[in-house]
Design a protein around this ligand. Structure first.
Ligand SMILES: Cc1ncc(COP(=O)(O)O)c(C=O)c1O
Length: 439
């Protein structure tokens, strides 16, 4: 293989069969499409190249800055493409949560503009979402930018409609698989591949996978966020299911340790979601079937993400005071108070009000007198035991009242006497018309 440019090596990734001894499915041949073997490391190489290729000559002539909303693989691919063409690349994001990825982007020469976060702690007061910010920046500048627009660009989907999908068909001897399973970020890859495969076989079953409510799997949307994506069309999918970060890591470990595939968390989520979905079909199946899932990228950039959730994998002691260790009974026993009750409680007993959202969200608007400890930091604080007296009343608040409920349950298990969660979170508080103050 000899190339004039590394971009010529994008695509044509292997389709590798997963051994039935690993997945245990009796009547289904399961294949992994190894998008992690693209030259810049992920499925997004195709989209990045498709969105820039035709526009680059003019952008180079003008000396444009390439700009995109991305905190991960798209930014990585675009930074490299921009560098190859002597152009700057700017990544605008509110989701930069994995430190190694940020470091890597800086190493690749990207400029990073970080905005108030909607990531794990949604900012209900944010009217300045990243996309609006990028559009304003583009219109105010009146030129000088090439905005690749991955959440809306048809060129994102097209990369998979003309590349990934047809490659799968070719490698399955011209026949579409019965099932196609993919994680959904921008929805570009799942939409493009599903469209190409359905053109061959309209009976194709498509499963889209997203992260579980209030959970975080880097690179993909949660079940609550998925409808916000421009390219997302619910008709593309026969079903959308969610996977927890724990299940994604389990799937990833199977791919790594049993299949020799250095998959990252979304590859693991796709494998886990695929096998769970196919197990039901396998029981009833009367004929041989084929299924394909996508392995989007590799594991190396996610070591800190995995270490936080599975310290034992790195020979570190488990974190006994983590919300991941709550039993269903402990979680169900947590106390929540609605806005009215919370207001009365604050006025009468002055509980310590802890706002678990990000600092930008807190600075924008918060409950008067509350203190801000970002949820991940709060989690680390609890590793060392209760950070305040057992009898000190505590009201926990997060965006919608889910994370705070888990932490209230954890505090209770740790022996705290009066930890409550604000039901509905800061969103509920705002919607009830209760007062919020600005820093
Ligand atoms: C690691 C990872 N997995 C999966 C996806 C989903 O791909 P798509 O954006 O095509 O839906 C992405 C997208 O950014 C990703 O970075």
């Amino acid at each position: 293989m000899r190339y004039d440019s590394i971009t010529e090596a994008i695509g044509d990734t292997p389709l590798v069969r997963i051994s039935p001894a690993v997945h245990g499915l009796r009547s289904i041949d399961l294949y992994a499409k190894l998008e992690m073997l693209n030259p810049f490391g992920s499925v997004k190489d195709r989209a990045a190249w498709s969105m820039t290729r035709a526009a680059l000559p003019a952008a180079v002539e003008r000396g444009d800055t390439i700009v995109e909303l991305s905190s991960g693989n798209t930014a990585k691919a675009l930074a490299l493409i921009a560098g190859m063409h002597g152009l700057p690349f700017r990544s605008v994001t509110n989701r930069m949560k994995v430190p190694e990825i940020k470091d890597l982007l800086l190493l690749l020469g990207a400029e990073i503009e970080e905005l108030p976060g909607q990531a794990e702690c949604l900012d209900p007061t944010d009217t300045d979402d990243p996309l609006a910010r990028v559009h304003r920046m583009l219109s105010e500048a009146g030129g000088g930018y090439l905005h690749t627009d991955q959440y809306y660009s048809a060129l994102n989907t097209e990369a998979h409609l003309t590349g990934t999908g047809p490659e799968i068909l070719r490698d399955l001897d011209g026949r579409a698989p019965d099932h196609f399973i993919a994680c959904v970020g921008t929805a570009g890859s799942s939409t493009g591949v599903a469209t190409a495969l359905r053109a061959n076989d309209p009976g194709l079953d498509v499963l889209g996978l997203v992260a579980h409510k209030s959970d975080f799997i880097p690179g993909i949307r949660t079940i609550d966020e998925v409808h916000e994506v421009g390219l997302f069309d619910p008709d593309t999918y026969d079903a959308i299911e969610s996977v927890t970060s724990d299940q994604a890591i389990d799937g990833m470990l199977t791919l790594i340790r049993r299949c020799g595939l250095l998959a990252g968390p979304t590859g693991g989520a796709a494998y886990f979601g695929a096998v769970r979905h196919l197990q039901q079909i396998d029981v009833e199946s009367t004929r041989r079937r084929t299924a394909v899932f996508i392995v989007c990228d590799r594991v190396e950039s996610y070591l800190s993400y995995i270490r936080r959730r599975r310290p034992e994998l790195f020979n570190q002691p488990p974190r006994p005071n983590s919300i991941a260790t709550l039993s269903p009974a402990e979680a169900a026993a947590a106390r929540a108070v609605d806005v009215e009750a919370a207001r009365k409680w604050i006025a009468a007993e002055h509980p310590l009000v802890i706002d678990l959202r990000g600092p930008f969200a807190y600075a924008a608007l918060h409950i008067e007198g509350s203190i801000n400890i970002v949820d991940e930091l709060f989690g680390e604080l609890l590793d060392g035991g209760l950070p305040f007296g057992r009898t000190q009343p505590v009201l926990l608040a997060c965006p919608v009242g889910e994370k705070s409920l888990a932490y209230a349950a954890l505090l209770t298990r740790m022996g705290h006497r009066d930890a409550r969660s604000l039901a509905g979170g800061i969103v509920g508080w705002r919607d009830a018309g209760a007062p919020l103050v600005r820093n």
